[in-house]
Design a protein around this ligand. Sequence first.
Ligand SMILES: C[S@@+](CC[C@H](N)C(=O)[O-])C[C@H]1O[C@@H](n2cnc3c(N)ncnc32)[C@H](O)[C@@H]1O
Length: 346
Amino acid sequence: MSRKRPILLLLSGEHPSLPYSEVSAILESERIEFRELKRCDQVMVIEGGERAGEHLERRAAYVMEGGALILHSRPSVEEILKACGDADWSFLRGRSFGVRISRVKEHWREFSSSELEGLVGGSVKNMTDSRVDLESPQVWIRGVITDCGVFLYRRDFRTDRRAFAQRKPKTRPFFHPGVLEPKIARAFVNLSRVREGEAFLDPFCGTGGFLIEAALLGLQTHGLDLDRRMISGAARNLRHYGLHAELILGDARRLPFRRVDGIATDPPYGRGTSTKGQSVKSILSEFMGEAHEVIRDGGRMCIAAPQEVAIQEVARKAGFRIHEVHTMRVHKSLTRSIVVVERVAG
Ligand SMILES: C[S@@+](CC[C@H](N)C(=O)[O-])C[C@H]1O[C@@H](n2cnc3c(N)ncnc32)[C@H](O)[C@@H]1O
């Protein structure tokens, strides 16, 4: 396209706030300067961000696809067609194209998305010398109907959704209940804002779910667990994917590390997993003090705990600054808080 356009990101609807935070975290860790222009239901529009798509495609769990924004319109056929007429289609330059429009939830449900695809496709065809190919076009023009209207964008990248499904914990050589799904694990790792080559730690690593995601991203990966079976199980799981991490049998309340760049972890909740008679809160309080010692200035930790543990308070007491808090309902009696904290310099 002739001038730099904003990028539209189509996000997963699996969580109301994590997908947006994951995008910001990835771009921050990759030192990509960007500005958020719009946040709508499952859509985020950003500006700037040279190479943003490349990093999001490689790292994100909750971005489905994205590309250069073509137009944004209110949900009215007249206005969409007018915006099509005003838009710059020079990027098509005789290349074949297809139009696919999807709807988020029930937004503008009175209007059929396939009818809109036909209208947009016809209008673009009339304005350009490009032909329509719905099987394998050279350019996909994608649309999304959401709460703030209709967006059209050129699809420039798509994340590999199947890869996450193929890594389901039950398909690994070593399984233990309580392990988070790969997509959530990946989002946790991303929220810790560690980039390739930097040191990442999961101090309650269990079967190694977070370590697998971190190692896949090329992070220098370290795991620790109190349970010998977990350490050998995590080693088997990592080997299964041809990945490597340093694994240490030890206690997260006495961390055997000098410096790490970031931490992501899902400690025991004091329910299914063993806490050897100690309350979760007291384990986490001791651990937080240690984490504050080993994480570098400006480093982040993404940590989960049952909501009633008030993990933010525990982190604050240890000297961390609270960066963001998400909640995730697991079942009737468990709501998880996911908190990102920062070690402030000084
Ligand atoms: C919820 S599981 C972690 C699951 C992990 N994310 C996975 O992918 O399997 C919590 C882990 O913390 C470990 N643990 C409990 N107390 C610990 C301590 N004081 N230090 C280190 N690990 C501990 C348990 O053995 C358990 O494996």
